[in-house]
Design a protein around this ligand. Structure first.
Ligand SMILES: C[S@@+](CC[C@H](N)C(=O)[O-])C[C@H]1O[C@@H](n2cnc3c(N)ncnc32)[C@H](O)[C@@H]1O
Length: 270
């Protein structure tokens, strides 16, 4: 077993925090257990050697592999269903009204993991907008820092078990069986979500302002200043009247938050 010295641990978590906002300063054990095998397989003789290589920035692929090992990508369909209820009852009618001329809605799933969240939002959009006149552009931008989860989101394979919280009619409409109790998403759903790699520490320069930003269970790993700065960037990227959804176990700092609180884990740019 390779040993991670306090000095190397310090260098690594500081690098990760500065570049990716993720706070692993109390996760020495997690770092050691999740990286040791890979280091040995890749022929590194010590953490020092590996961390030197990471910090040099010479090999972005190596950084990506490390982030894949260290981040938590846990997600599931219908997570925090209250959000979807609010979306369905309150926001979609509002957006249909607001965008009755351009018929184009801009939504961002920031920290989308393996796709459950953006595909789930997409199902609600399809249900709502297929029942009203006109053809609507409801494509969702879905981003993550981890290439591994993005690859699986773009070629999704979900177990039957993971679909069980979705209404049976949706399981039938939006999923296609591809093998033993394994399903992929329908073409219509696939075409409605655009996956991209994006580090939430970077400036946000997307062309359109967003009507809705979902950033749920992502900022949980960020320290306070990182989170406050990101919320400010989200605010600038949100259209007037637009909403920000965060995870129910998270909160925004009342002092620094430019958004107005609407209900638990839902904020609005008024
Ligand atoms: C726990 S998952 C949340 C997935 C989904 N939003 C949900 O609530 O179920 C957190 C995701 O945030 C991503 N993430 C962490 N730091 C990030 C960063 N700096 N930029 C972009 N994505 C990041 C991780 O890769 C991971 O897929």
């Amino acid at each position: 077993m390779l040993t991670l010295s306090d000095g190397d641990f310090n260098r690594l978590y500081t690098y990760i925090q500065q570049h990716y906002g993720i706070n692993l300063s109390h996760k020495k054990q997690l770092i050691t257990s999740r990286l040791t095998n890979m280091l040995q397989q890749k022929g590194f003789h010590s953490f020092t050697e590996y961390i030197d290589e990471i910090i040099s920035g010479k090999d972005p692929e190596m950084v990506s592999v490390m982030l894949n090992k260290l981040t938590t990508n846990y997600t599931y369909f219908m997570r925090e269903k209250e959000h979807f209820d609010f979306l369905q009852k309150q926001i979609l009618p509002e957006l249909a009204n607001k965008h009755s001329r351009d018929r184009s809605i801009a939504i961002w799933s920031a920290g989308c993991s393996s796709g459950e969240e953006p595909y789930n939002i997409s199902m609600y959009l399809k249900e709502y907008f297929s029942a009203i006149p006109g053809s609507w552009d409801t494509r969702i931008l879905a981003t993550d820092i981890s290439q591994r989860v993005l690859d699986s989101a773009m070629d999704p394979r979900y177990s039957l078990e993971s679909l069980k919280e979705l209404p049976p009619s949706w399981q039938e409409r939006y999923f296609v069986p591809i093998g033993d109790k394994t399903y992929t998403v329908s073409d219509a759903l696939r075409k409605n979500v655009i996956f991209r790699s994006f580090n939430l520490m970077d400036p946000i320069h997307f062309r359109k302002k967003f009507d809705l930003i979902f950033c749920r269970n992502v900022m949980i790993y960020f320290d306070r200043p990182t989170k406050a700065a990101l919320v400010r960037r989200f605010y600038d990227a949100t259209a007037p009247g637009g909403y920000l959804f965060i995870g129910h176990s998270e909160s925004l700092d009342k002092e620094s938050c430019p958004f107005s609180y609407i209900e638990p884990a839902i904020y609005r740019k008024i």
